[in-house]
Design a protein around this ligand. Sequence first.
Ligand code: KG4
Ligand code: ZN
Length: 350
Amino acid sequence: MLKILAIESSCDETAAALVGDGHLVLSDAVATQIDIHRKYGGVVPELASRNHLVDAIPVVEEALTSADATWNDVDAMAVTRGPGLVGSLLVGLQVAKALAYAKQKPLIPVHHLQGHMQAVFLHKEGEPRPESPGYPHVALAVSGGHTALYLVSSPTQIRQIAHTRDDAAGEAFDKVSRMLGLGYPGGPIVERGAKGGNEKAFKFTRPHFKDGDPLDFSFSGLKTAVLTVLKKFGAPPEGQDLADLLASFQHAVCDQLVERTLEAAKHFGCKHAVLAGGVACNGALRRLMQETLSGEGIALHMPRPRWCTDNAAMIGAAAWHRDQVPGSRLTGEALRSLNAVGNWDIGENL
Ligand code: KG4
Ligand code: ZN
């Protein structure tokens, strides 16, 4: 079994994991900074970078010890190269480069969104191995920083086909929660608050584009529509009115995500689809996507919720697939000179 030690630090989680053959999670360590950023209502980039610096080495050590492994067991290393917060990425990348150099391991740089999508392969010892999605399939990666659809022709041939023109869906959850004074991160809070609410209580319209790609997403109009309700009626106190507002908002987000994913799958003739990223933890979204796609004969694959939010196991899974492409393993001078972080094209190998 090929064992990859992966590091992820693109936002506010410092994570390291040991993954066997791109699917078996041997360990999965995460130091979350949620409590640090909560009082600011969102991630403060400089604080995130500084805390990655504190947590990176202990998290890597924890990933090895909790897998009962040593450096001798590690065949290769992997690291998130982007997209994400540049300061955060730089810390993870430099730690990974230094360890790979010192321990004489090849390093595989990974696209963060490929990681999210390929979390569908992950399981732990004793858990059934998830069925792999067939190809080609469409993948919706939906998180706090990204909302995009991809056409996945093979594990390493991935092309973006639509993206958000403004906010990411997770960002909309976070901002609506903040507007209502409910706390951070907004996604799980809104989901809990929407329980028992009537999703038809408020009519929020869905965006439709006449120009450019009709599959593109938009969530800023929805956020403004919620704000308009608050200005008109005031923030509802806890109770049925609040649950109705949250359920209507959540449904409008889910409906748009599901509608676009279905349209894309039909357009590209895909019989399989993947739903991944932090927002894919949302039970209402998982249910609506499952119901809608299965009604159309499309098989839906979703990572287990613990691997939907940022983690390093997904980077280990994606690295194993990238490793099939010649030139993906960096050693020697290529490793020493790897310097680019931030935005890179998912179709690009390096
Ligand atoms: O993938 P992720 O951990 O980080 C990024 O790559 O952005 O996603 C974090 C986002 C946050 O915006 C959070 O509010 C959202 O995922 N999220 C959820 C839920 N759990 C996390 N959104 C809706 N419902 C949830 N249950
Ligand atoms: Zn992410």
